[in-house]
Design a protein. Structure first.
Length: 162
């Protein structure tokens, strides 16, 4: 289902597509896909294309929110929730920061990418000694403001004799 939704977004030129594995963070869904659209019409078209692709694969979407021309449309496919947003909304809500606590794992139907061989690290260059900072001139003291009136000291009662 993740790959079907991702392909549907790519077919209509959705940008900055990010797939997040959130199964360990919530029981609501296993995967979240976040995508950027260029306009409200593009966002709606992307969301509709995801819902249509899900129906064609035999998975009926559980619901769609925000499809009435807003800058953020959510398509609930059960194990996958797709967020299609305009760039400003995506920057404002920052869903990646909210959900992307651990690095995402690729879905089972997607092949993992091979990592490039690690490059040997160069030795760090010696740092130059810091020069002491120039002394700043002393600031003038602010004139003393008025102070609150002092209360007179309380009188003590004389000590009693035994």
């Amino acid at each position: 289902m993740v790959q079907i939704a991702k392909n549907a977004l790519e077919d209509l030129k959705g940008t900055d597509i990010k797939v997040l594995d959130v199964a360990h963070l919530t029981t609501v869904t296993d995967w979240m896909i976040i995508c950027t659209g260029t306009s409200t019409r593009h966002v709606k078209s992307l969301a509709d294309n995801v819902a249509d692709a899900a129906r064609e694969s035999g998975n009926r979407p559980l619901g769609t929110e925000g499809a009435d021309g807003s800058e953020w449309v959510l398509v609930d496919l059960g194990s996958v929730v797709v967020h299609v947003m305009q760039a400003q909304a995506r920057i404002h809500y920052q869903l990646e920061k909210l959900w992307d606590i651990a690095p995402p794992e690729p879905p089972a139907d997607e092949k993992p990418k091979k990592k490039a061989a690690a490059k040997p690290k160069a030795e760090p260059k010696p740092k130059a000694a810091k020069k002491p900072a120039a002394k700043k001139p002393a600031a003038k003291k602010a004139p003393a403001g008025k102070t609150a009136a002092k209360k007179p000291a309380a009188k003590k009662a004389p000590a009693r004799k035994k």
